[in-house]
Design a protein around this ligand. Structure first.
Ligand code: PLP
Length: 372
């Protein structure tokens, strides 16, 4: 059975060049990067070269990039330390953020006021409400994601940045779904913190980075040695960091070509779904980010429980929209903010593309769904 993987927003597969680079580093750079001898210096050089490469691609300085174990760590760090060290009195966010953001905010909600922005039926933030809130003079951290991982809805990062600058608020944008998949020019964005996870752009799991703007003193969350300028203790995962940098380098170099191909594939999928399932809707609209399509199927509610299971049996991997979670039908917290109850009951699935998907993958998905 040919397997079909359409769940690239969950994770992506390593590119061969990334595996080769990681093996090269594991074979040749085994020193502790904190050691002053030649083995240590060699490992340190791998890290610093990676840091510079990432900074060049994102157009920021190398000192602003700090390696982490992934985005969840970075998100916890930014939110918890902003409250602890940056005198934040209020967080403005949305209920459609990733759980790493929502649950980190819950943990600090005793120490700061939390305001949730209104979301419209297309999943967009209420920018007017944001400005009204920012007019109140409270030291604020705005936590609003760039590309929503479930719907692909893209926020206006430049506009939010301008508002934050105008009203002197700090701005953290969860850019996990965008890094490696679109051009990011941090010199043009008024954003203080972003996060990334390498496995979302064909790099290894368990490694990521945060960007902390030079002017902001976030302080450390993981205490230990002097690694990462004392901001994040613990011996660095040298081969993971090298893999992250290689993955970003390749994604960036092939971005234009791969974006054109994936966008065509998404258009093909939209047309195929319209033709085969009249009444189908796309949560967040069909103009969402080119790698993500969230499909609300015109099926009865009872099918929500079995769709992912049935597709999996046929070798097709997609992600839930409103299908069952651990045996119970629990709607996605993102769709719950956007849809009325009657629409929420319908089965929704998220498909997410990578450069290696083909039209045949979409055809297989459509044929499989027709039998459910
Ligand atoms: N933020 C977004 C938007 C995501 O899609 C994810 C992963 O699904 C994360 C944060 C957390 O990333 P990680 O699990 O790699 O730490």
């Amino acid at each position: 059975m040919k397997k079909v993987y359409l769940d690239n927003a969950s994770t992506t597969f390593l590119r061969n060049e990334v595996i080769e680079e990681m093996i090269r580093v594991m074979q040749n750079s085994n020193g502790n990067p904190s050691s002053t001898h030649s083995f240590g210096r060699d490992a340190k050089a791998v890290i610093e070269t990676s840091r510079k490469l990432i900074a060049n691609i994102l157009n920021c300085t190398a000192q602003e990039i700090i390696f982490t174990s992934g985005a969840t760590e970075g998100i916890n760090w930014i939110i918890k330390n902003a409250i602890k060290n940056l005198k934040i009195e209020r967080i403005i966010t949305s209920r459609t953020e990733h759980h790493a953001v929502l649950h980190s905010i819950e943990k600090v909600s005793n120490s700061a006021e939390v305001c949730y922005l209104n979301i419209d039926s297309n999943g967009s933030f209420d920018y007017q409400q944001l400005e009204e809130l920012l007019k109140e003079s409270k030291k604020t951290l705005v936590c609003l994601m760039y590309v929503n991982n479930e719907t692909g809805v893209v926020s206006d990062i430049e506009k939010i940045g301008e508002l934050c600058k105008k009203y002197n608020a700090l701005y953290f944008s969860d850019t996990v779904q965008a890094v490696g998949k679109t051009n990011i020019d941090l010199s043009n964005w008024d954003v203080d913190f972003i996060v990334a996870s390498a496995h979302k752009f064909n790099g290894p799991k368990g490694v990521g980075f945060i960007r902390i703007k030079k002017s902001v003193s976030l302080g450390s969350m993981i205490h230990g040695g002097e690694q990462e300028k004392g901001l994040r203790g613990g011996t660095e995962a040298v081969h993971q960091i090298a893999g992250l940098a290689k993955a970003l380098e390749i994604s960036h170099a092939r971005l234009d070509e791969e974006r054109v191909n994936v966008t065509k594939l998404k258009q093909y999928a939209i047309k195929a779904f319209r033709e085969n399932f009249p009444g189908v809707e796309f949560n967040g609209g069909e103009n969402s980010f080119y790698t993500i399509l969230n499909i609300r199927l015109p099926f009865s509610a009872d099918k929500a429980q079995i769709i992912l299971f049935m597709l999996d049996i046929k070798g097709i991997s997609v992600s839930r929209g409103s299908a069952c979670q651990s045996g119970s039908v629990k709607p996605s917290h993102v769709l719950a903010e956007m849809l009325p109850e009657s629409e929420l009951e319908k089965p929704s699935i998220r498909i997410s593309f990578s450069h290696s998907n083909t039209k045949e993958d979409i055809d297989s998905l459509i044929e499989a769904l027709k039998t459910i």
